[in-house]
Design a binder for this molecule. Sequence first.
Ligand code: ATP
Length: 314
Amino acid sequence: MRSYSLLAPAKINLYLEIVGDRPDGYHELVMILQTISLCDRINLLANCTDAIRIHCDHPQLPPAQHNLAYKAAQLMVKQFPDAFAQYGGVEITIDKQIPVAAGLAGGSTDAAAVLVGMSKMWQLGLTLPELQTLATKLGSDVPFCVTGGTAIATGRGEQLDFLNGLDNLAVVLAKHRHLEISTAWAYQTYRQQFGSESISKAENGQSGTAQIHSEPLVKAITQENGIQIGQLLHNDLQKVVLPALPEVAQLRKAFQREGILGTMMSGSGSTVFALCDSQLQAQQIKQDVKAEMNDPDLYFWIAQFSSAGIQVLA
Ligand code: ATP
């Protein structure tokens, strides 16, 4: 029986600007997404039955049918009925290392891994564009997670322009374990508080402005200029999350210390990251912030920028 083991990496947002509302209810975004080396591990095993089963003992994950990895497998069954008839369903085991509801696309990357793994397991030989088309049906971040690296994401976040990979920077990430932020809540609150601002931007045809705003950061990335990258980090959602959740604001403040390149909340939070020149520096920052905050609910991770998307190990 064929089994596959895959690494599914997290992403951080180096940039997130809300440009306007879309007729489909989503926001028009300009983001710069970056893969990091913090990964979930996904194992797939063909089970020769008609069942899809999820095995994961992480307490914060929803019931199997609501797991994005399950939805990805369901989509493969629907799209490729002949392969399903030939090989049967799949046992999906998730070793969850990426914190949940943390702004790190943990669910999206698990779903991307299932698409890549099942394409292999069912010998479909899907190309990257084919996988990305499927990924779009599962969520805005899933197409990026398939490919990984560094990309400008526009539209709902699914239209991708890849940049030359950055892998010489390190990050220290921190998150309060009990603090889960719903992405929907963050965007809805932003719409309530700042909606008219972004709608008028869009109505005035200024959506290109966001690309102009993000341009200096794109240039800094192209030039691999860590100092400038750190100075140009940006996230509109901080405007709603930091006032609502003082713990996140306090964490962001604690990271603003000598030596780091920059600090920002990732996605809709609640993870905050500090950009560092090296893993050694990241270790030092972690120790300093941990000692200063002295909060047993606060968890830390150290990771490296990475240009790898979903990796098939065996
Ligand atoms: P994003 O940055 O893509 O908005 P996120 O990193 O903030 O997402 P996730 O960890 O992907 O958040 O979780 C978002 C929601 O999806 C959670 O409420 C969680 O219950 C649900 N979910 C479904 N499947 C998964 C999965 N495999 N891993 C993590 N969360 C999942």
